[in-house]
Design a protein around this ligand. Sequence first.
Ligand code: NAP
Length: 570
Amino acid sequence: MLRHLVRRTSSIRAAFPPDSWQAFTACLPRTSRFMVGQLDAVAASAALHPIHPPNHSRGLTTGTTLTGNAASNIHAASAESASEFLDDPGLLRDEAYVNGKWVKAKGGKTYEVTDPATHVVIARVPSMGAADTRGAIEAAAAAWEGWKQKTPKQRGDVLRRWYDLIQHHTMDLAKILTLENGKPLAESRGEVGYGASFVEFYAEEAKRTYGEVIPSPTPGRRLVTIKQPVGVAALITPWNFPIAMITRKAAPALAAGCPVVIKPAEDTPLSALALAELAERAGVPPGILNVLTCPREHAAEVGLELSTSLNVRKLSFTGSTKVGKILMRDSASTVKKLSLELGGNAPLIVFDDADIENAINGVLAAKFRNAGQTCVSPNRLLVQSRIYDEFVSTLAEKVANLQVGHGLQPGVQIGPLINPGGLEKVQRHVHDAVKKGAQVVTGGDLHALGGTFFEPTVLGDCRPDMLVFTEETFGPVCSVFKFQAEAEAIEMANATPFGLAAYVFAGDVGKGWRVAEAIEAGMVGVNEGMISTAVAPFGGVKESGVGREGAKVGIDEYLETKYLCLGSFR
Ligand code: NAP
């Protein structure tokens, strides 16, 4: 379908004299204008790296990006159309947000944000570094006192307005999200709703940061605890959930009385800036919510500044275990309070008495969301031997029918991988598995759309010596392993340093419960593939992290418990 649209757009364009094409598209309704811009871009991208690459092989390939004139022409056309494509173009910001002002980087440089499906440049945002980070931390530290002095209800009211605005602008936020992340629009809408639910939850929870009265063991004393905000919180977030990963941290922090300095991922700063725009409109005071945009080559210096600053009292990070360990090490220098939501390697166990249809639906929902680039995605499907063949063939049939394409196209279920690095990892995993004897039941290769699109894949006969077992693949690949007995499944599930999410599908609820207790993971879905919700605690064990987000425990991550001992009572 996309290929057809691209070809149609290109052939219609070819029929126009060069100067009249722009005049023609300017007359189109703005949504059509935007879509034509995107299709044009795909066509231009295909010229550099064809939709059907002529030497397309089943080997490793690295993705490409547009360069030179092609990129700047497309940028000129698309940045304008991208903002017109929104009901509220004011949400598409291209400056960072510090101390209540929209600012450029101190060095004046910018970097490009691209649509991962087309490589079209959507915007240029400030390329910030250590000096900008220090400025944002200082602004947050200076603003802290005023925010801390507000009552929890006053802070909750501001959060409630932020929530209402996010809900009101769901479609625009979803479009921005799809443009910079690539996930299908329906999923982006879902993420906006999920992200908003944290703001709603903590708007209410602000009022419930109760202390305790402790019965004193000694006469004449009264013992109480109170909860106080920890201070400036640094929030470092990944690209895979550019809205929800921010609200899951920022909402409890703000509710608790902590100012935040947010560093979104290089690939997805626009969603963060749109959230900042709405926070400003909601009445979040200057300095209380700051967003620093920076390219990957500055991530380490920004991270070091945030993790070593004495003014930053809390650091909350979601991302890879590798970076989490660096931040944990650097934060030791100032003994910071830490929350780390790190990588996973989720097992999904299907016992032979399970409802197979329900299990397959669970796999499809949990595995293929965001093209498999989700930390709680099942990475290893462990299927009991008696139902193995039936399970694999039914799953493969459904997976082969998943629609791949640009996330803005109706009906698309799988978008591109975020960047060439993500694609390279998926290809390396598949290559390694096949070399060691895995069977490609469906997919297994770059998608015909090229770029960073990868075919939804099912690999059978996988074994524990393969990368698909030991590492998180982070792509649309189901790796299926066979097991005979319950104990073997538990042993395989736990044979990893990670422990974020896990899933068990079993007909016998007692077995489901027993296995859920035995698996080393922070979260277990029993006969359920979609487990994330704002009202339940989210987090991992082992190298998947420390701390919990969401639920009533999520706000404690931003609070200190102070003990008061009142003496000399008569
Ligand atoms: P990543 O490389 O660790 O990046 C995450 C964030 O850290 C990005 O903002 C990144 O900036 C930044 N960063 C990179 N190097 C840094 C450094 N030295 N100091 C400070 N910040 C630094 O992770 P990713 O590969 O983008 O994201 C995928 C990983 O996140 C997966 O492992 C996934 O499982 C995990 N994840 C976990 C959860 C959870 O809740 N447990 C949720 C979502 C994702 P740049 O973008 O500029 O590199």
